[in-house]
Ligand binder design. Structure first.
Ligand SMILES: NC(=O)c1ccc[n+]([C@@H]2O[C@H](COP(=O)([O-])OP(=O)(O)OC[C@H]3O[C@@H](n4cnc5c(N)ncnc54)[C@H](OP(=O)(O)O)[C@@H]3O)[C@@H](O)[C@H]2O)c1
Length: 246
């Protein structure tokens, strides 16, 4: 097993399940001490911690709703206090609220923005204060920043477009300190955000590879961006979508 992240400390938002949990598993397998947040899946978060501690990993789960800026800042502080620093932030927590245009409430709009965009900014702002040269910020955007694809996804697409442009700006802010900032844009990936088998069948012909992605495949790209080897990659939005945009 590779231990390329040995000695590194990571915080992953939304690590209790899905892509975030796969990233937690992969960073821990690569040798990092990993903290992760969750908002409602306490039992799932505990299971991830137990699994990785049994395998010899250093893991911490933190209850922190991304919509609450203080909770996000608190998660950064807890990580630093427990593990002694912070080298890698993966801003993964995200929600998808789809509704027809006529029925889309401003409450849902604000919640989408708070979790998918504002929390990312707040997390990076807090984390960067602790990062040294070689630090890594990774955001999880979406191909929807470039192709909405279907009705009812305007607000979600907007949040992911904001992440892509925020990533470029943050790369400029943090580049002079030797910290890279990159955005992963997954295409349709099998998780609970994308649970419907009928949707999968509808999507498959749109993918060059004829299948949806797996969470561990997205985690592989996150592990690369977190590694020393990726030191010259910054400000990039990297699409990993099985050819959905091709
Ligand atoms: N699946 C896809 O096809 C796809 C494609 C492109 C991009 N993405 C992006 O990838 C990221 C992960 O998505 P996923 O598919 O893995 O989704 P998921 O299976 O629904 O998992 C979402 C994760 O985020 C956490 N989370 C949700 N709301 C939160 C909040 N307010 N505060 C803290 N944590 C919160 C959840 O924890 P709790 O259960 O505890 O709330 C869970 O761990 C998201 O940013 C999503 O937009 C997904």
């Amino acid at each position: 097993m590779s231990q390329s992240l040995s000695g590194k400390i990571a915080l992953v938002t939304g690590g209790s399940r899905g892509i975030g949990a796969a990233i937690v598993r992969r960073l821990a397998a690569d040798g990092a001490a990993v903290a992760f947040t969750y908002s409602s899946s306490e039992a799932r978060a505990k299971a991830v911690v137990e699994e990785l501690e049994t395998a010899g990993g250093r893991v911490l789960s933190i209850h922190a709703d991304s919509a609450d800026a203080q909770a996000v800042r608190g998660a950064v502080s807890l990580t630093v206090n427990r593990f002694g620093g912070l080298d890698i932030l993966v801003s993964n927590a995200g929600i998808l609220i789809r509704n027809p245009l006529d029925d889309y409430s401003l409450e849902d709009f604000d919640r989408m923005f708070a979790v998918n965009v504002r929390a990312v900014f707040v997390g990076v702002q807090a984390a960067a204060r602790h990062m040294k040269e070689g630090g890594r910020v990774i955001t999880i955007g979406s191909v929807t920043a470039e192709r909405s694809g279907f009705p009812t996804s305007a607000v979600y697409s907007m949040t992911k477009g904001a992440i892509a442009s925020m990533t470029r700006g943050l790369a400029r802010d943090l580049g002079p300190r030797g910290i890279t900032v990159n955005n992963i844009q997954p295409g349709p990936t099998v998780t609970e955000m994308n649970p419907n088998e009928e949707d999968h069948e509808r999507l498959k012909p749109l993918m060059a590879l004829g299948r949806l992605g797996e969470d561990r495949e997205i985690a592989g790209l996150a592990a690369y961006l977190a590694s020393e080897e990726a030191g010259f990659v910054t400000g990039a939005s990297l699409t990993i979508d099985g050819g959905y945009l091709a």
